[in-house]
Design a protein around this ligand. Structure first.
Ligand code: 13P
Length: 246
């Protein structure tokens, strides 16, 4: 994992407030002093912190992303909703879409496809989450699910240069469990082969931590990691990055 840029994306989910921001100073100085390694750090905080983080990271290479959006590009009367143009306006460069926590709340592939298209139009790079549930895995449906999610979510999108895929098995999120290394390797290969653009980055997410990164980093076709819980602690997040390269 040394000759390509490795993505480390922090998904803070519904955590974090203004008081949390000072702890990011460590990450900023780390990112400046580790020029010998090729990595890209992207923080996806809750919407309330996007502007603050984009200001804070201004003099660094760290970028900021959002966690979801409404699919409408027009400004309209939708109470409580935020579209991708608004997120871009406050400093987001990326957006996570199709996260299983939103799919579980009823977000369909069709809706995710609309959100991806409108986010690309707004100039955001999109991190599209895909992954099977435990029951789908047990029924040997993983490949079918992944293939269907890829096809439906990316339907009608010709230019994939601003798309990153994050493979997050639903059963691995927040559980401390990760896939067996050979299964993970096969699934990442399967995803890469299912995407027309051969240079599309494919990340892994689900319970990434300082211990299992030693194994995960051996899977050379993984282009980076989408990290939830462990990304909220700056020291742990930095240690995961360091361990990926050492
Ligand atoms: P955890 O790292 O907490 O398992 O979360 C993964 C995730 O959902 C990132 O999007």
């Amino acid at each position: 994992m040394t000759n390509k840029y490795i993505y480390f994306i922090a998904n803070w989910k519904m955590f974090g407030g203004l008081k949390t921001l000072n702890s990011l100073n460590k990450v900023i100085s780390f990112s400046k002093n580790y020029g010998k390694y090729k990595f890209k750090i992207i923080y996806c905080p809750p919407t309330t912190l996007i502007h603050n983080l984009s200001q804070k990271f201004k003099q660094s290479s760290i970028e900021v992303g959002a966690q979801n959006c409404n699919e409408n590009l027009e400004y309209t009367s939708l109470t409580g909703q935020i579209n991708s143009k608004m997120l871009r306006d406050v400093g987001a460069k990326y957006i996570i879409l199709g996260h299983s926590e939103n799919r579980l709340n009823g977000e369909s592939n069709k809706l995710i496809n609309k959100k991806i298209k409108s986010s690309l139009k707004s100039g955001l790079r999109v991190i599209v989450c895909i992954g099977e549930t435990l029951s789908e895995k047990r029924k040997n449906k993983t490949k079918r699910v992944l293939s269907n999610q890829i096809k439906s979510c990316l339907k009608g999108i010709k230019n994939l240069s601003n798309i990153v895929i994050a493979y997050e098995p639903v059963w691995a999120i927040g559980t401390g469990l990760i896939p067996k290394m050979d299964n993970l390797t096969k699934n990442i290969f399967f995803i890469k082969n299912s995407i027309k653009n051969k240079s599309t980055k494919v990340l892994y997410g689900g319970s990434v931590n300082i211990k299992n990164i030693k194994d995960l980093k051996k899977i050379k076709i993984i282009d980076g990691f989408l990290i939830g819980g462990e990304s909220r602690n700056s020291k742990k997040f930095i240690d995961i990055i360091k361990k990926t390269f050492n």
